[in-house]
Design a protein around this ligand. Sequence first.
Ligand code: ZN
Ligand code: FE
Length: 286
Amino acid sequence: MNLFFTANRPGGRSGRCGLTYPLRMRKILPVAAFSDNYIWLIPDSGRDRVAVVDPGDAAPVIAVCNRLGVTPNAILITHHHGDHVGGIAALRVRYPDLTVYGPANERIPHIDVPLAEGDRVELGDVGDQGIGFTVWDVPGHTSGHIAYVGEGAVFCGDTLFGCGCGRVFSGTHEQLHAALARLRDLPGDTAVYCAHEYTLDNIGFAKWVEPENAALLQRERDCHAALDADRPTLPSNMAQERATNPFLRFDVATVIAAAAGNAGRELDSDAAVFRALREWKDREYD
Ligand code: ZN
Ligand code: FE
């Protein structure tokens, strides 16, 4: 197979990505949607089938699948927000055989297989070219948010972003802190597939927290280079997030000091540091 895919990067000046992606096994492709969403396509076998992660919009997914000659056979949903589920109904009409997986603890129409902590999702031919994910409950952004962990990757929706994390909506700060504390313990080479292109913006806040973090400053240069070339800044990897993402660094002395300085009080736990960081960003940055 020698198909090539030119990805769109949301918000790009040219609107087109200069990179081409050879469609090979396990080559996970971003489909740009809205202004800054990524809908990830996961090839699950050699038979031109893909799983679609968080299709907030059907049209760009159908367009890319037509161009590639692939057919979605599964949808993986992380949480109920419209920019992650809005395309499900139209994709079901266009691809009637597909199976929709999603969180059991959120109210989402069209879910065929409700999932919660510890459940397995097996796609394609298991044991041969199939792929499998384990479901983690990662509440905080929303109260029923799940992540798909496996194959050296994590699809984390709006829980963890490049150099940032989701806002706390229907969950709690304590839940989001616990979810991120668990995610950061994944192996350093775990590829982190977030649902939004927020990395460079998030780096701006991260520099308020750690202006002298050399890895962070290097990441900023790398992100500028990627975006200037119309390439996504994602996936990142967990080692990079641990080194640069303030929301995973709630136990680092410089981060604790910065959070306490902004809050104007001592912070007596990792969760308190995390909450102070999240509230600082909400209040003063964006
Ligand atoms: Zn969301
Ligand atoms: Fe979102």
